[in-house]
Design a protein around this ligand. Sequence first.
Ligand code: GLU
Length: 297
Amino acid sequence: MTPRVRPDLARLADMLGRPPLTRFAPSPTGYMHLGHVVNALYVWGLARALGGRVRLRMEDHDRTRCRPVFDTAILDDLAWLGFEADEGHAPVDRQSDAGRAYADALARLAATSTVYRCRCSRRDIGGHRYDGRCRALALPDAAGLSTRVVLGPGEERALDGLLGPLVQTPDAQCGDLLVRDRHAQWTYQFAVTVDDLRQHITLVVRGADLASSTGRQVRLARLLGRGTAPVFVHHPLLAGPHGKKLSKRLGDAGIAELREAGYTPARVIGLAAAEVGLQPEPQPLAARDVARLFTDP
Ligand code: GLU
């Protein structure tokens, strides 16, 4: 097993110092597929292997893309697979219910950092680093304007159980960070950082596509008063033979379709584990046994 797929458990335990609280944080913008199963088996596998706990968090901060039907289907598939959260499932913890916490966090941030209104659209910025052009305008808090925070210069460092030490310069990457958009929606970066802080998450296990967000989240958490950053594990994503996401290759590999095709939960989990390289063959594996993928010699 290559170290890029399976973290060294003893080193990870050392980085953490105590059993972790991690989270499974799906966005209900689509049905659950094998990529989510890979994330779930890393989340539950590492939590259980380290004697830790899992919190469920439905990341539905984006009202335009999230649908109740996906939310329900994800919870149903998760239960069918046998992944049970220790926290945040009864009632289900949803970002859409946490507006108050985000507003309070923004007020705290504004008391100690530079927060300002911005009138630039995504199109104005064109996917580049935001150059802070609205900072000096002192625009009022009005409808149709977004809100940004000045991150400030300097590096952020974080420990990653698979990627090694992460060193990022968030201000150079993204400029002043968007915390609330023009439609008054909290952004992913802000909501996830506030939640990881207020829920005392100590281990963040997610796909490698989110690794570049780490520095800005660590910085934002620091500005919000977090002393110690969480430990991270950014795991590989499923890729087909041509680097395509496996979800496409297996006809979007919706868990619902696999269920209908007669797969058992253990077969789905075993398949996901094999596809990501955590076991050599797709032998069935029950959700309660996924820690084995990380503890077996
Ligand atoms: N909700 C995000 C997703 O489904 C994950 C966020 C995170 O783990 O930081 O991609």
